[in-house]
Design a protein around this ligand. Structure first.
Ligand code: SF4
Ligand code: SF4
Length: 377
C-alpha cells in the first residue's frame, strides 16, 4: 500500500492546519487581535514590492511577515526549485487531494488540454502576474484579493458578496480538480508564475538516464505539473514543482534530482525542505523583524486617522476609542439601538439589529466610516 504520510503530505497538512487556525482566529477575534491571512501570504510581498521600493511603505494588509516568508521561499526556490508549490501551498495540496479522491471515485484518466493548447496556456499565468503587479502598484492595495481563490478559501464563506468572483473561481477549481491535475497552478497561479521565473535560474534539475529508462511512462503519470519527463534528457521546465514524485516512482531509478551538480538524496529530501523552511521561519518569528499587522489599522504611525483602512472586523468599541466619536452621534446617524453591543464587529451589527442604510443594504464598515468622517469634518 502506498505510504500517504510522506514528509510532503505531512508538510502540506501542517501548513493547511496552521493557516486554518490563523484564519479562524482572524475571523473570530477581528483585525485588532489577529492579523488577516494576507499577512502570511508570500505573494503579498510580490504584489507590494514595487510600492515598498518606490515609497518605503507596505501595501494595505501587507507587513514584514510576507516579505520574510517570501525571502525564505526565494532562497529555497533558488536552491531546490518550486518547493513552495509542492510542500507549502494549501491550494496546491487541496487540488492534489481532490484529484486523488477523483481517482478513488474511478476517474482514472486525467482531463488534459490538447498539448498544443497546453503549451501556450501555461503562459497565461505570467500575464496575470504582470497585471497584478502593475495594478497593485497603481492602486496601492492588493487588487487581486477579490478574485483570488486562495483568499476565498481562507475566508470560509465570509464576505461572500465582496469576494463572489474568488468564491466562484474556487468552486470551479475544486470541481475541475476531480478530473484534472493542478489546473490552477499550471495556467493561472501568479505566485507559481513568479516562482517559475526564479526557478529558471535555479540549478535544480531532474536528469533522466536514457540507457536505463524502460519507457514505462510512470514518471509522466505521477507528475502533478503534467510535464513530459519520459522523453527528455533533463527536466528544467519552470512548471516543475520539485516534488520528486517522478524520481521516487521510477521503477528503474533512471531519474535523479540534482542541484549545483550534486545529487539530492531522495530519502531525506522532504525533511531537508521542511527544515529549510520552518527553522529560519521560527527564528525570524522570535525577532523584532516579525510583524504581521500595525498596532492599529486606522491610526497611522504618526498618529493620524486613516479611516480608509477601517475593516468590518473592527469592533464598535475600538472605533469609539480611537476616533473619539460619541456613541450617541453614531447611534443617531445609523439608527443603532440604545443598548447596542459595543464589543461586536462592525460587519455584524447590521445583521444582528437588521439596520439598513439609505440604499436599503445592511450597514457595514463603510457606513460607520462615513459617519465618523462626518463627525470629524
Ligand atoms: S514529478 Fe518530477 S518533473 Fe513533475 S513536478 Fe515533480 S519533480 Fe517536477
Ligand atoms: S519512470 Fe523511469 S523508467 Fe519509467 S519512463 Fe520515467 S524515467 Fe523511464
Amino acid at each position: 500500500m502506498k505510504n500517504v504520510f510522506t514528509p510532503r503530505r505531512i508538510s502540506q497538512a501542517i501548513v493547511l492546519g496552521i493557516i486554518l487556525f490563523l484564519t479562524i482566529s482572524h475571523l473570530r477575534f477581528g483585525i485588532e487581535k489577529a492579523a488577516p491571512i494576507d499577512a502570511y501570504c508570500p505573494f503579498g510581498a510580490v504584489e507590494g514590492f514595487l510600492t515598498f521600493v518606490a515609497t518605503g511603505h507596505y501595501l494595505q494588509r501587507i507587513y514584514a511577515s510576507s516579505f520574510i516568508i517570501m525571502g525564505i521561499v526565494l532562497l529555497l526556490t533558488l536552491v531546490f526549485g518550486r518547493v513552495f508549490c509542492s510542500f507549502l501551498c494549501p491550494l496546491g495540496a487541496i487540488q492534489e487531494w481532490i484529484r486523488a479522491l477523483g481517482r478513488k471515485l474511478g476517474i482514472k484518466k486525467d482531463l488534459e488540454l490538447p498539448s498544443w493548447l497546453d503549451k501556450y496556456a501555461r503562459y497565461f499565468k505570467y500575464l496575470i502576474l504582470a497585471m497584478i503587479i502593475y495594478f497593485s502598484y497603481q492602486a496601492g492595495d492588493l487588487v487581486f484579493w477579490a478574485y483570488d481563490p486562495f483568499n476565498a478559501l481562507m475566508h470560509l464563506g465570509e464576505e461572500f458578496e465582496a469576494k463572489i468572483v474568488g468564491y466562484s473561481v474556487l468552486g470551479i477549481l475544486l470541481v475541475v480538480s476531480l478530473f484534472s491535475k493542478n489546473m490552477w497552478c499550471r495556467y493561472f497561479c501568479p505566485l507559481g508564475a513568479f516562482l517559475g521565473i526564479i526557478k529558471k535560474i535555479s540549478p535544480f534539475r531532474i536528469k533522466r538516464n536514457k540507457r536505463t529508462c524502460i519507457d514505462c511512462g510512470k514518471c509522466d503519470k505521477v507528475c502533478p505539473a503534467g510535464l513530459d519527463i519520459a522523453n527528455v534528457a533533463e527536466v528544467n521546465s519552470a512548471d516543475c514543482i520539485s516534488c520528486l514524485g517522478c524520481v521516487k516512482n521510477c521503477p528503474n531509478s533512471s531519474l535523479k534530482a540534482t542541484t549545483f551538480g550534486k545529487e539530492i538524496p531522495k530519502k531525506i529530501y522532504g525533511w531537508i525542505i521542511i527544515s529549510a523552511f520552518f527553522i529560519p521561519l521560527g527564528f525570524f518569528m522570535l525577532t523584532p523583524f516579525w510583524q504581521t499587522k500595525a498596532p492599529s489599522n486606522i491610526v497611522t504611525s504618526t498618529g493620524e486617522l486613516n479611516l480608509e483602512n477601517l475593516r468590518g472586523s473592527n469592533t464598535l468599541q475600538y472605533l469609539l476609542d480611537t476616533t473619539k466619536t460619541p456613541l450617541a452621534f453614531i447611534q443617531e446617524k445609523l439608527g443603532l439601538p440604545a443598548d447596542v453591543d459595543k464589543t461586536m464587529k462592525l460587519k455584524d451589527i447590521g445583521i444582528k439589529y437588521q439596520i439598513k442604510n439609505s440604499q436599503g443594504a445592511l450597514i457595514e464598515a463603510e457606513d460607520f466610516r462615513k459617519v465618523v468622517e462626518e463627525f470629524n469634518k
